[in-house]
Ligand binder design. Structure first.
Ligand code: ATP
Ligand code: MG
Ligand code: MG
Length: 555
């Protein structure tokens, strides 16, 4: 492999290996906070960390960064595990920052004893006001020089639940004049009186992200702690915290940053996705319009397509937005190779073959997937009365209309050539039946002269007598704006697309689809890729459109 082929994170690792880091010391982690479901942005971090694990044969921990009980829940822990496993990755250890609460507490006590931390009793607003600006130093808290003994006593009382929320905080004593605002006596612990999904009511003080994260990396012997760019300025603090507890006999973790993955026409922060769920803009975290892993799965995306998308979008040093059409490209490519070809009519009009014997059913054999060798065939019934798409017929053909019109011919996919003779209309003038003659010698695959005859259009169809009814859901983008959360003067909710869901109550499918399972992927010929939805019941099939056959947004 040429060095050019390495992304910049791999280059850092290669350099560390070249400088003497033993290969068996490599260890990575994916550290979600269980405060929501994973989204396609997390997939970037998952594919990066687990991808490094695969590349270097190194363990990857799944670490739940569960330090804020007010927002975290077991439901999210379960969903996160399900999604990572579905993507096809295996973690070496399932870890929780909360498992280290005692160790983190003990280290905090040590900091106080070394005069590197103190208990403050100002409000967080007061503390924020004293922070200063990047160009002017902050003001020291009046409690900064509180005697060590007093801080130790107060911190213990904080831990024992003797104070109200917000009454006291533990702060690191670093440098109120540091040009890095994160170094101006950052908060280490705050009081939160909430039930924790794992530690219950054992704790009422909880560590802040920076304190918990780096020390957890150290505890787990993580060699490279990869996080997103917004933590770049935190790195100095990450290192300072490590300095306080680091024993040179151990591995020293290293934080490095990469750009967040953003996707056009959606939002990605869990807080905003939660808002969509709570405001019922969507049906839940796994609504097929959501950019969550569970939403994409329900929509019909495959793990391969998401991993491919991560590969193609790459790891970047600078913030950028990936166009959602790349994600659609990845699933389309994948499904083209794997989806079973079937026929379904979403907007039916009846077609009668007037010279075809009444009551007769022919069984045709249709190829499951021309792209997939040995994928076999399945049976499709053909009869005198069929449904075709309403849009596939016009009484009078315009120049560019190659579908069916009065007096013209088309082929019915894998069946016969037909010619439209007349229509039946209801009182409002709407066409209710199209009467056609079928060329009985033209059956596909028979090798007769008539069967080889070329006609301009080929239509999909279903036999009315054999068709099964289903609900079909089609989706459009959830937001009308390319970057809905980038507007200073407008809330992202103002850009919701009111027509992102189109429900077709009565679609007609070939009977083969009666046995579809949630894992099956289909191409409804000429319409797109579809998969069964989890709302399906024993008497109601529901299908989701995953993506169209081509990029309908390309100009
Ligand atoms: P959100 O704002 O969506 O809640 P987060 O960063 O707070 O994101 P975490 O659960 O803390 O979410 O993320 C776990 C890991 O995934 C972190 O290492 C984080 O940097 C990474 N991550 C989160 N969102 C993205 C993204 N859009 N692109 C790449 N990595 C991401
Ligand atoms: Mg977050
Ligand atoms: Mg986070």
């Amino acid at each position: 492999e040429s060095p050019e082929a390495l992304n910049f994170i791999e280059q850092i690792i290669e350099e560390d290996l070249a400088n003497g880091l033993p290969k068996d010391k490599l260890r990575f982690r994916f550290p979600p906070e269980p405060n929501g479901y994973l989204h396609i942005g997390h997939a970037a971090s998952i594919c990066l960390n687990f991808g490094l694990g695969e590349k270097y044969n190194a363990p990857v921990n799944l670490r739940f960064d569960d330090t804020n009980p007010a927002k975290e829940e077991q439901e999210y822990v379960d969903a996160i595990k399900r999604d990572i496993a579905w993507l096809g990755f295996k973690w070496a250890n399932e870890c929780y920052s909360s498992d280290y609460f005692q160790q983190l507490y003990d280290w905090a006590v040590q900091l106080i004893k070394e005069d590197k931390a103190y208990v403050d009793q100002q409000t967080s607003e007061q503390i924020a006001e004293q922070k200063g600006t990047p160009t002017t130093p902050g003001t020291a808290s009046p409690y900064r020089d509180r005697p060590i003994e007093e801080s130790l006593e107060l911190f213990e009382k904080m831990k024992n639940g003797e104070f109200e929320k917000g009454a006291y905080l533990l702060r690191a004593k670093i440098d109120m004049a540091s040009p890095n605002m994160h170094m101006r006596d950052p908060i280490l612990y705050r009081i939160i009186n909430a039930h924790h999904h794992r530690t219950g009511n054992d704790w009422c003080i909880y560590p802040m992200y920076d304190w918990a994260h780096g020390e957890s990396d150290y505890i787990e012997h993580i060699s490279h702690s990869l996080c997103t760019l917004e933590f770049k300025l935190h790195r100095e603090l990450y290192d300072w915290y490590l300095d306080q507890i680091y024993d040179s006999a151990n591995l020293r973790p290293k934080q490095r940053e990469f750009a967040r993955r953003n996707l056009s026409y959606t939002v990605m922060s869990k807080r905003k996705l939660l808002e969509l769920v709570q405001k019922k803009v969507v049906s839940g975290w796994n609504d097929p319009r959501m950019p969550t892993i569970s939403g994409l799965r329900r929509r019909g995306y495959t793990p391969d397509s998401i991993r491919k998308f991560s590969d193609l979008s790459g790891i970047s040093k600078r913030d950028n937005v990936t166009d959602v059409s790349l994600l659609e490209y990845c699933i389309r490519e994948d499904l083209n190779k794997t989806a079973t070809r079937v026929m379904a009519v979403l907007d039916p009009v009846k077609l009668v073959l007037t010279n075809y014997p009444e009551g007769e059913t022919e069984i045709l054999h249709m190829e499951n997937n021309p792209e997939l060798p040995d994928s076999g065939t399945h049976e499709v019934p053909f009869s005198r009365e069929l449904y075709i798409e309403r849009a596939d017929f016009q009484e009078e053909a315009s120049k560019k209309f190659f579908r069916l019109a009065l007096g013209t011919e088309v082929r019915l996919k894998s069946a016969y050539i037909i010619k439209a003779d007349s229509v039946v209309k209801d009182d409002s003038g709407k066409i209710t039946e199209i009467h056609c003659t079928v060329d009985l010698d033209s059956k596909s695959g028979t090798g007769t002269e008539a069967s080889l005859r070329k006609v301009k259009g080929t239509l999909h169809w279903v036999s009315i007598e054999h068709a099964i009814k289903a609900e079909v859901r089609e989706y459009d983008r959830l937001f009308l704006d390319e970057a809905p959360d980038s507007h200073e003067d407008k809330n992202f909710l103002e850009f919701i697309n009111p027509d992102s869901l189109n429900v077709i109550k009565e679609a007609y499918l070939e009977p083969f689809l009666a046995n579809a399972t949630l894992e099956d992927k289909f191409q409804f010929q000429r319409l797109g890729y579809f998969t069964l939805d989890t709302d399906t019941t024993s008497d109601q099939l529901v299908f989701n459109k995953t993506v169209g056959l081509k990029d309908s947004w390309a100009k």
